[in-house]
Design a binder for this molecule. Sequence first.
Ligand code: ZN
Length: 258
Amino acid sequence: MAAAHHRGAVTAAPFSPTPEALLPELTARQEVVLLARTLWSEGYDDHLAGHISYRQDDGTLLCTPWSLLWEELRPDDVLRVDQNGTVLEGRWALPPGFPLHLALHRRRPDVVVAVHHHPRFATIWADLGRVPECYDQSSALGGGEPVVVDEYDGPVNSALAADRAIVAMGDAATALLSNHGVLVTAGSIRAAHQRAVALEYRSRRAWFVEAIEVGRPLPEPSRSFFRSLDGEGFIGFFEAMARRELRRDPDCLEPRGA
Ligand SMILES: [Zn+2]
């Protein structure tokens, strides 16, 4: 007990509780469910739009299905597809915009999780083709500077247009897709959550700040400090919001069943 409360131990690692202490152990499908549901609460809630992909060790992708809301998702709703988009497991259809994820995972082996949706405020900036300014700490939490990508030189389900968009994105972690929405990438579910939340937060804050006047951007080095608290290192942010969802719907990790 004395060691656990030793002052030195606390100050040495202020952001390092273990995930296991904060959230029950999850299957990969349960992780997808909690990512989708927590992001729904953060403004990623444009009806049936949006898809999440989660690359597994065998190269297959778990993904959210077409025709369900993110806030009602259950683990057995999550599809497993191969790298060509053929559904291997699951009873729902693949979302029509999924070629974007297939192109992304083909070209970006660094990406494990990708989130696409039309969040409330980030999509306004995407519609403007502008990156919102970063004004505060919460806006800087992870993912670096977004890029603007114009993918609309083909229909939304065109594999060629999807591939061109991914090439245009380069190695950026987050993109505003012009006249469309966002694409957030990460190496884990936790980091994808934090980056997606930070992008929407930044977009909302910049909207309200600039409704008054153009403010002072968050200065360096504060910006780089908070950016360094990316979702890989900042254990607790995703877990806290996942616990909130578990309180809201205690059955959400159970199968929907037949
Ligand atoms: Zn979309």
